[in-house]
Design a protein around this ligand. Structure first.
Ligand code: FMN
Length: 295
């Protein structure tokens, strides 16, 4: 029972896993490893992203014969227009631009033959994305790491968005094991979009101290903050704080992580992580194929 959804097939993927485009973590090496393992590897440019950095990371994909994606932050593409141009010129299978309400980029991506995605945190945002012509929505729940609109948890958000829209919906926020993957696929998600768990992989750009912090943190050790965006002078809108790790005293640290961080137990290579998650999810879902196996 391969865990393939129609959307994954249409994208040329072999497993229903997308690595979240994470600035400072999801560079070309991680994206290449995820795509080679059958998922969709995404290169992410965050608050400090530039066209030059994107070009450097894309070099890691030069001999990749698999689909890959690129993820950008909306206000950064406004500040640095060459980011969008560079992204489209690389002909990704998927372009995601998140955290903005202006969807002018969608037509430009479609003109270039590129499928579009955006992360949404509410059903209103989901409708806005669909009305703007976005092809795929990422229902990103409040438990997710990094920036996002922390209004609704992943399961209620995902299920409501799936009920309301016709486009494929990916699930994000708090998914880091076969159990979470099985749950969102069973609910109807077209794939899972995983951040925190991939940030700990050896292929990620995550600095060693941050990786060590991810590996040792418990699920409760995260908080929402705007502290570092304000200190860095980044114009993130007020309704989009970031979820970060906290220190022993409960204060925010500048390491992005979601509530799935307690499940991140080792710096496992991306291909091994994907194989393990898919194997576990498949075993769980298979139990329901025959009634006597369930339980
Ligand atoms: C280290 C890290 C960096 C992130 N950077 C970005 C980013 O640059 N752009 C973006 O759209 N989302 C970013 N995110 C959010 C992810 O796209 C996604 O919403 C989130 O990771 C999903 O939840 P999870 O971390 O529980 O898997 C980041 C997340 C993490 C953990």
């Amino acid at each position: 029972m391969p865990l393939l959804t129609p959307w994954c097939r249409s994208m040329g993927m072999d497993v229903p896993i997308v690595n979240a485009p994470m600035g400072g973590a999801a560079g070309g090496r991680l994206a290449a490893a995820v795509s080679r393992a059958g998922g969709l590897g995404m290169v992410g440019m965050g608050s400090a992203g530039t066209a030059e950095q994107l070009t450097t990371q894309l070099r890691e994909l030069s001999d990749l014969e698999r689909p890959f994606g690129i993820g950008l932050v909306h206000w950064v593409t406004r500040r640095e227009p060459r980011l969008l141009e560079t992204a489209l010129a690389a002909r990704p299978a998927l372009l995601s631009v998140s955290f903005g309400d202006d969807f002018e980029w969608v037509a430009r991506a479609h003109d270039a033959g590129v499928t579009t995605a955006t992360q949404v945190g509410t059903t209103e945002a989901a409708h806005r994305g669909v009305d703007a012509g976005v092809d795929v929505l990422v229902a990103r729940g409040a438990e997710g790491g990094g920036h996002g609109e922390p209004r609704v948890g992943t399961l209620p958000l995902l299920t409501e968005v799936l009920d309301r829209v016709e486009v494929p919906v990916l699930a994000a926020g708090g998914i880091a094991s076969g159990r979470g993957l099985a749950a969102v696929l069973a609910a109807g998600a077209s794939a899972a979009w995983l951040g925190t768990v991939f940030a700990a992989c050896p292929e990620a750009l995550t600095p060693p101290a941050s990786r060590a912090a991810l590996l040792s943190a418990e699920a409760e050790a995260t908080a929402l903050t705007r502290e570092f965006d304000i200190a860095g002078g980044y114009p993130w809108p007020e309704h989009l704080p970031e979820r970060v790790l906290t220190d022993d005293a409960g204060r925010p640290t500048p390491v992005n992580a979601g509530q799935s961080v307690g499940m991140v137990a080792g710096a496992v290579p991306a291909a091994d992580l994907i194989a393990r998650m898919c194997g576990d999810a498949e075993a769980l879902l298979r139990r329901w194929v025959s009634a006597e196996g369930a339980g």
